[in-house]
Each structure stands twice: as structure tokens, then as C-alpha cells.
Write a protein that binds this ligand. Structure first.
Ligand code: FES
Length: 64
């Protein structure tokens, strides 16, 4: 199983592959494909990105 995580400045985390997401109670949510996880905290559909980072003017430089 190969999972790829792409990090871009001022944006979400794009995760692709076959993997399970786990909530704090240990429940797993199998996923296969591509999704974007929020890292700005503004999404109304957490843990997923809903593009609220644009309105929130989220800034984070990864490799700075
Ligand atoms: S990173 Fe996109 S809504 Fe938070």
C-alpha cells in the first residue's frame, strides 16, 4: 500500500492511495483515491478541506 501526501504552501494536505482514516475513538474510515485534508482549521467539513482556506487567507509556507 503506497500513500502519497502532497503539501503545498497555503493549502490543504492532498492524500492519495489506499488508506484508512481514524477518528479519535479508533473508528476507521477506509479510503481509496484522493482527498484533501484541512490544515487551516476553517473547514466546515473537517477533516476534509472545503476551500475555506481561501476566505480565511490561510498562510503556511512548508519548506521555508
Ligand atoms: S485547508 Fe482547505 S479549508 Fe482548511
Amino acid at each position: 500500500m503506497t500513500v502519497e501526501i502532497r503539501i503545498q504552501d497555503d493549502d490543504s494536505l492532498e492524500v492519495s492511495g489506499k488508506f484508512d482514516l481514524f477518528d479519535e475513538d479508533g473508528n476507521s474510515y477506509p479510503h481509496h483515491g484522493k482527498l484533501r485534508l484541512c490544515r487551516c482549521g476553517a473547514s466546515k467539513t473537517k477533516p476534509y478541506c472545503d476551500n475555506a482556506h481561501f476566505e480565511a487567507k490561510f498562510e503556511s509556507k512548508i519548506w521555508a
